[in-house]
Design a protein around this ligand. Structure first.
Ligand SMILES: NC(=O)c1ccc[n+]([C@@H]2O[C@H](COP(=O)([O-])OP(=O)(O)OC[C@H]3O[C@@H](n4cnc5c(N)ncnc54)[C@H](OP(=O)(O)O)[C@@H]3O)[C@@H](O)[C@H]2O)c1
Length: 275
């Protein structure tokens, strides 16, 4: 079955669903093949108007109509949502189940939805909301290459996609790319404060920092050099950048990042046990 012929149902019309569906429609996915359900009306009305997708307050109705079901509710609601789908959708085993919820492992979905499901877990990150996401994906071994190509194409609409080997790797991806925007904001805010501490206007400092972050990210994407070599390339010996970089090295930025990622992986693993 090709991308164009699959009917896809999103359970939950929150921020992430709105972005993913927006990306899919912009990339040419037929909106009459997209179904979205949500308890409250406002988000559905907005999506029906702006994206021309089918909407419903009934999760089972759209799940029954679709070939692919995307579970896009908060993790704490997942058990109840899945229990209702199990009762009201007859052929779950024939559908591709995709979840974007953080933390919940495939094994847990099997206990909710039955042992015969085929499933993809996607871990998008917040920049997906502006089409610059980094989504990690992992599938169980029942998911076909065709399924994988299909779901890659769907998430390519909100940024880049990266398949990982297993759910442990997805925890690591979550700790780097999922939590990463917060690390970058923390660093950007600290650079902004440093400029303000020297008397710079707050708004001007912000403009300077955010444009520099964007420029550095785009240079990294455009370059084939290792990131460390890119850093060396913009650091003349004895110059002012070298003096600044020395300060970061003196405070062991590598160790700080290592500790941060390990702490976030540990928390991902702890949270997986909560659901
Ligand atoms: N946002 C991110 O950057 C991000 C990143 C990675 C993963 N995720 C995961 O993506 C999922 C959705 O996140 P989000 O940011 O889109 O959350 P969100 O904006 O809060 O959206 C969740 C939606 O689910 C709806 N909902 C509540 N109960 C429901 C039910 N029983 N059946 C169907 N829909 C129901 C809510 O409707 P009402 O508002 O009407 O209650 C809301 O529209 C979460 O599991 C989250 O962990 C999000």
């Amino acid at each position: 079955m090709t991308t164009q012929t699959r009917k896809i149902a999103f359970i939950g019309a929150g921020n992430m669903t709105q972005s993913i569906v927006g990306g899919m429609v912009s990339s040419g996915y037929p909106s009459d093949h997209i179904f979205v359900s949500n308890p409250s009306a406002g988000k559905l009305e907005k999506m029906a108007q702006s994206l021309n997708v089918h909407t419903s307050h009934d999760n089972a109705e759209i799940a029954n109509a679709a070939d692919v079901i995307v579970l896009a509710v908060k993790p704490q609601l997942m058990a109840d949502v899945c229990a209702a789908l199990t009762e009201q959708v007859s052929n779950l085993a024939d559908k591709l189940i995709v979840t974007i919820a953080a933390g919940i492992r495939i094994e847990k979905y099997r206990s909710y939805l039955g042992d015969t499901i085929r499933m993809v877990r996607v871990m998008p990150n917040t920049p997906s909301l502006v089409g610059k996401g980094m989504s990690g994906l992992v599938a169980d071994d029942r998911v076909s290459d065709d399924d994988k190509a299909y779901i890659t194409e769907a998430f390519d609409g909100v940024g880049e996609t990266l398949w990982v080997a297993d759910e442990d790797e997805l925890d690591i991806l979550g700790a780097v790319a999922g939590s990463g925007p917060a690390y970058f904001f923390e660093f950007m805010a600290s650079l902004q404060k440093a400029a303000v501490n020297l008397g710079f206007d707050r708004e001007k400092a912000r403009a300077m920092v955010q444009q520099t972050a964007l420029g550095a990210a785009e240079m990294a994407i455009a370059s084939e050099l290792e990131l460390e070599d890119l850093r060396k390339q913009v650091t003349s010996k004895g110059g002012s950048t070298a003096k600044g970089v020395e300060q970061y090295q003196a405070h062991d930025l590598d160790k700080t990042s290592d500790d941060a990622v390990k702490a976030a992986v540990k928390r991902n693993q702890e949270m997986a046990k909560l659901f």
